[in-house]
Design a protein around this ligand. Structure first.
Ligand code: UFG
Length: 344
């Protein structure tokens, strides 16, 4: 059976990929230090608690298992945190990718799928963004990921390694069966902030900037459902198994929604008209970022199933309500259509 190593497989995106790998019949080993991920999110395979900085442990894991492919998620991912702790980001993201590649080199693992980000593009001048746009990241997080991309590309050029680098746009949503979702506390991204307000975890939410050159003045982003993103990894894996050549691919829908549009859907789906405070722009926020998703569909044959803002909001909300205990089990609910009624 094909054995896949998933670093960071206990995290938000990694755990969704691990579940899909399990359903597709892959043998999976998760390597995760569980600093932000959770043991309970690993629904398939073996979980090894370990850190990519611990190269000795990593070599032992590679020596024990015969991996055909590595799927590399483990990383730090907060843009503001990367600005105040840049060295931690270069260590955890860039140096640890180097550690992993060294292991791949010594142990002859020659396929890798890497979790990258639209943050490598930096200030976007034209939308939708294609993969050939020059990369100019504007924060340590984006640079640490771009440097990891370069490590992979340079090593691949000098070896038999083949890779698929996936550049994620704005990932959100939860597994529609109610088994998985985002667990991290203090999530700052838009949909999490709006749901926190809907669930009254905070008194109001903020809109960061209403004077952007967009139709309603608020920022526009390309929100992609985590299940579709996970499927892109399985497509990438099959592609590499069929000897596909190395690729860098955007992962988004190519469809943008403004902050006001997202808030309005969260209000409609939750049935809660929570207070919204309009405030100044957040430093470094571009007006609009949407993906050109043509290449991933063409190269991998990727076919998203949840390309709908309501499905993203609905599954996120159901997951958070489940975590709050407002839903007995989101498994029993019609997750993708209809309204969730609050019991509070
Ligand atoms: N926003 C608000 N209020 C909030 C949170 C966000 O108005 O409480 C706005 C932001 O200003 C922005 C939009 O909602 O206009 C989206 O912001 P997010 O924080 O949800 O996401 P970002 O686009 O800033 O960044 C995300 C990831 C990055 C990744 C990037 C790629 O956090 O890691 O997408 O596009 F690199």
């Amino acid at each position: 059976m094909k054995k896949v190593l998933v670093t960071g497989g206990a995290g938000y995106i990694g755990s969704h990929v691990v579940r899909q790998l399990g359903s597709a019949g892959y043998d999976v080993v998760v390597y995760d230090n569980c600093s932000t991920g959770s043991r309970t999110s690993v629904l398939h395979g073996e979980l090894i608690i370990g850190d990519l900085a611990d190269t000795e442990h990593l070599y032992q894991v590679f020596a024990k298992h015969q991996f055909t492919t590595v799927v590399h998620f483990a990383a730090s991912l907060s843009v503001p945190e990367s600005v105040v702790r840049p060295l931690d980001y270069y260590a955890n993201n860039t140096r640890n990718t180097l550690n992993l590649l060294r292991c791949c080199s010594v142990m002859n693992v020659n396929q890798i799928i890497f979790s990258s980000t639209a943050a490598v593009y930096g200030e976007v001048k034209e939308n939708p963004v294609t993969e050939s746009v020059p990369t100019q990241p504007i924060n340590p997080y984006g640079r640490s990921k771009l440097m990891s991309e370069w490590l992979i590309q340079d090593y691949a050029a000098a070896s038999s390694l083949r890779y698929v680098i996936l550049r994620y746009f704005n990932v959100a949503g939860a597994e529609p069966g109610g088994r998985l979702g985002q667990i991290s506390a203090n999530a700052t991204h838009l949909i999490a902030a709006a749901i926190d307000a809907a669930l009254k975890r905070k008194s109001a939410m903020q809109i960061f900037g209403t004077d952007f050159p967009t139709p309603d003045g608020t920022g526009i982003r390309d929100y992609i459902h985590v299940e579709d993103l996970a499927t892109a990894h399985l497509d990438a894996l099959r592609y590499l198994e069929e000897n596909g050549e190395s690729q860098i691919l955007n992962c988004g829908y190519g469809q943008g929604y403004s902050v006001r549009q997202v808030i309005s859907r969260v209000k409609a789906i939750s049935g809660v008209d929570f207070p919204v405070i309009e405030t100044n722009r957040r430093p470094g926020d571009p007006a609009c970022v949407t993906a050109c998703a043509d290449k991933i569909s063409k190269v991998l044959g990727w076919q998203p199933k949840y390309n709908d803002l309501d499905k993203i909001v609905h599954t996120s909300l159901a997951w958070e309500m489940y975590r709050e205990g407002l839903l007995q089990s989101s498994l029993n609910k019609p997750m993708l259509h209809g309204k969730i009624t609050f019991t509070t």
